[in-house]
Design a protein. Structure first.
Length: 209
């Protein structure tokens, strides 16, 4: 299926930030008196959406924006040294040849994304970077991207690793490709019925051929 616009989530989809994200969370948990994460919890956590995750960690909703802002600032110190998801280095340039509009929609800070892409010498692949600044509202940003680039929903594909990515795409009435190498597990992603379920970056080439 041909898509004129390929839009990617960043953390866990393009950038391998999960391990660093857990480390940063535990630093903040210690500072603010929340429960720290253990590595053996990861399997369970990968089944939860964001609301369920914060409930599991007993983090009040009102504290979330502060933690996110602090987390992004701490990530800035490490972002250039973090790796690409294995296989993305070869896959992204090939995907870029297939779409006139090639961008990123993320809850991370745009400066972090820019620094990461520059460090891996792939910034020139992307026509735009859109940062929401919060965990909600991606569907609104997807609709804004459609208006900005004069795109219709059938032309667009959003690629992400979280349940909220699939839900945002559905709300914006565009197709989603859920990748299984990021935050949420394959089973939890499949239960949300994305258009595509992707287990390796190279499979993105198959669904956009």
């Amino acid at each position: 299926m041909h898509f004129n616009a390929l839009i990617f989530d960043f953390d866990g989809t393009i950038a391998d930030t999960l391990g660093e994200g857990m480390r940063i969370y535990n630093l903040l948990a210690k500072e603010h008196g929340f429960r720290e994460l253990e590595k053996d919890e990861l399997r369970e956590l990968r089944t939860l959406d964001m609301k369920g995750l914060f409930a599991h960690l007993k983090i009040p909703k009102r504290r979330v924006p502060l933690l996110l802002n602090k987390g992004r600032r701490l990530l800035k110190n490490k972002i250039r040294s973090l790796p690409l998801i294995d296989g993305m280095e070869k896959t992204l340039p090939l995907l870029r040849e297939r779409a006139a509009c090639f961008g990123i929609l993320t809850s991370n800070d745009s400066e972090n994304v820019e620094a990461f892409l520059e460090s891996h010498r792939i910034r020139d692949l992307f026509t735009f970077i859109s940062a929401t600044g919060q965990l909600t509202g991606k569907s609104k940003h997807l609709r804004a991207i459609a208006r900005t680039f004069s795109l219709s929903p059938p032309e667009m594909l959003y690629v992400g690793d979280e349940l909220r990515d699939i839900r945002a795409a559905r709300k914006a009435k565009i197709a989603s490709a859920a990748v299984t190498w990021g935050l949420n597990s394959e089973n939890s992603l499949a239960a949300e019925n994305p258009r595509f379920l992707v287990r390796q970056p190279a499979e993105l080439l198959e669904i956009t051929a």
